[in-house]
Design a protein. Structure first.
Length: 282
């Protein structure tokens, strides 16, 4: 699919009116299902990224999946079967996209309790004016403010990765500065430090910690002048998918547990040996 030809808000609206809302209205005249379906799909279509559990989908990938996989039947199943669990405007969008992706490979996730848990572990990120214009037209004031960039998402899963308060603070600032399309940003240590109240050396320590924990990657960029000379540029940060950090953290925890168990077994055997030696002396 060539997404460029339907990339604008106007063409996107025509696309959904033609392929989804129109068909749904024909089947269910004057039913609010059509409105809910239309709004949920627009949220997905205008998302910059979608996180479903440990999976991350780019805007292009989300649109291709919607274009290739979505059917009216899946849409109705999502709305009729799971909307009672939806507390936020984007919850139904997450459920629809989950049914198009990971639920195809794990049918157990379609069970309502598991689907509700899956919804709570997932997230949609927005950026850009296209969705903001649409949300404003729909009088979704809070969501409009979010889409315009007055807020940014901080995944709650980072609190399960053993981060220090300083690492969480620096990570939050990097997410705030991140380009939602490339997942990169270029603030200096001084800029980060000014924003979060840290010295440059302290910021560097926490950046190194985030990189060691697989939450980010960094690299130094270069700049070439007109006369061909190459100079050092800024430090580039790439925000990595959280599943990479979670897998690394779990592996470290497992290694630590194995080491602690081995140590405990050693001292247990040593105690038995000492007891036998004392008995033999007696």
């Amino acid at each position: 699919m060539d997404t460029n030809r339907i990339d604008s808000t106007e063409n996107t609206t025509k696309f959904f009116d033609r392929f989804f809302a129109y068909d749904l209205l024909n089947r269910y005249p004057n039913h609010k299902l059509a409105t809910e379906a239309d709004y949920s799909l627009r949220l997905l279509w205008e998302a910059q990224r979608v996180y479903i559990q440990n999976w991350q989908f780019s805007r292009e990938r989300v649109r291709k999946i919607l274009y290739d996989e979505l059917t009216i039947e899946i849409l109705l199943n999502a709305i009729c079967g799971y909307r009672i669990y939806c507390t936020a405007p984007w919850d139904l969008s997450i459920i629809i996209f989950a049914m198009l992706t990971i639920c195809k490979y794990d049918q157990d996730l379609l069970e309502p309790t598991k689907m509700n848990e899956l919804r709570s572990q997932s997230m949609i990120c927005f950026a850009g004016s296209g969705f903001a214009d649409y949300a404003n037209a729909k009088n979704k004031a809070d969501f409009f403010s979010y889409a315009k960039g007055n807020f940014f998402p901080l995944p709650k899963r980072i609190f399960n990765l053993g981060l220090s308060s300083g690492e969480i603070l620096v990570y939050a600032y990097l997410l705030f500065r991140e380009d939602r399309t490339t997942f990169k940003c270029h603030p200096s240590y001084a800029t980060i430090g000014k924003a979060v109240g840290m010295s440059k050396n302290t910021v560097k320590k926490y950046v190194d910690g985030l990189e060691e924990k697989r939450l980010i990657e960094t690299r130094y960029t270069t700049v070439q002048t007109k006369d061909g000379r190459v100079h050092n540029g800024t430090l580039e940060y790439t925000i990595l998918p959280l599943n990479i950090a979670e897998e690394y953290y779990d592996a470290k925890q497992m290694k630590r547990l194995v080491q602690e168990q081995a140590k405990a077994n050693f001292f247990k055997k040593l105690a038995i040996f000492d007891k036998k030696r004392e008995s033999s002396k007696g």
